[in-house]
Design a protein around this ligand. Structure first.
Ligand code: SF4
Length: 323
């Protein structure tokens, strides 16, 4: 269950002070059906008050707070966008008023107590061994863990507060693996759904890094003659500085290229006559989905490693000054 904060959404619509406000709801796939019900509920609320509202559900993607739709919905004269599942990013600013609803995970009282106790016990145990624990999580668990002051992790950015060991509270292994490699620290995982602890092993990190290094080595063995440089127009992914830097490097290294600008990057869209692609967009496209693409795909950081002949792997992280 997720907290879709109906009251907050209604308040934001009312605050617009419009007679017939137009509002569009954007949500990740996993939340779309709940948001469909929300729209019904909110419509009914305004109907009871004798007010007319135009509510739309965005049928396309909502990959992250990087994936904003203000430019897509300008023609609809929308007054407000309700964006579910994420918090606003400092470097992605919508031009239409947008309310971010993080959709915090809701737990039953006894479940919540168990989770907090498990984490407290873990911290105590580490403390008894002289180790300070840094807590990291994703936005869905931010509210649940507020007393622990957690660092919030994105798939394209992992910054964690000081600690001897890191406890990642969440589901999935990509985020903890990325921070384990980046900080070179022990990273434990606590899954609040299964209530189980786990740990990222050296072996798991090495396997992941080896796969990417092996892909980069292929470039070293066979220097590409022509590459596709793909830039996403999504506001929080459209890293123009990184894109320009890559173009400059390609020119300096006499590598021919074609630039492709798209909103959603998918395997069907990349059918050009090139040896590989550099994806200036969400790093997870390369790291999670490379297997789906016909031609090899690389992050800008990976391509730079090839040009430098280096095997010191670096995750591609999106930063404020990339834009
Ligand atoms: S760029 Fe990718 S990892 Fe980063 S917020 Fe967007 S979807 Fe998530």
């Amino acid at each position: 269950m997720f907290d879709v904060e109906t009251g907050k959404v209604i308040e934001a619509i009312e605050k617009l002070g419009k007679k017939n406000p137009k509002v569009i709801f954007q949500a990740p796939e996993g939340l779309k059906l709940s948001v469909e019900k929300e729209i019904e509920k909110i419509k009914e609320y305004f109907k009871q008050k004798g007010r007319d509202v135009e509510l739309y559900l965005w049928g396309n993607t909502c990959f992250g707070a990087c994936d904003l739709i203000d430019n897509h919905v300008k023609n609809l004269d929308v007054d407000l966008i309700i964006h579910y599942g994420h918090e606003k990013l400092s470097y992605a600013n919508p031009e239409i008023k947008t309310l971010f609803i993080p959709a915090y995970h809701i737990f039953e009282k006894d479940e919540k107590e168990k989770i907090l106790n498990d984490i407290k016990n873990f911290i105590e145990k580490q403390k008894s061994e002289g180790k300070k624990v840094a807590i990291a999580t994703t936005v869905q668990y931010k509210k649940l863990l507020r007393d622990f002051n957690p660092s919030i992790i994105l798939g394209c950015r992992g910054e964690v507060e000081e600690g001897d060991v890191i406890l990642f509270v969440g589901t999935g292994r990509f985020h903890p693996l990325m921070i384990a490699y980046k900080y070179q620290k022990e990273v434990f995982i606590y899954n609040p759904v299964s209530k189980c602890f786990d740990k990222i092993s050296e072996d798991e990190i090495n396997k992941f890094i080896k796969k990417r290094i092996s892909a980069i080595s292929k470039l070293m063995l066979n220097k590409p003659e022509k590459v596709g440089v793909v830039l996403s127009t999504k506001k929080g992914q459209c890293r123009k500085k990184v894109f320009n830097e890559i173009i400059k490097l390609l020119e300096e290294n006499n590598i021919n290229y074609i630039t492709v600008v798209v909103d959603n990057i998918s395997p069907e869209m990349l059918f050009y006559d090139v040896d590989c692609y550099i994806i200036v967009a969400c790093p997870r496209i390369v790291l999670d989905d490379y297997i789906l693409y016909k031609k090899p795909i690389y992050t800008p950081e990976e391509f730079k490693l090839f040009l430098k002949n280096s095997f010191e792997y670096k995750f591609d992280e999106i930063k404020e000054d990339d834009f």
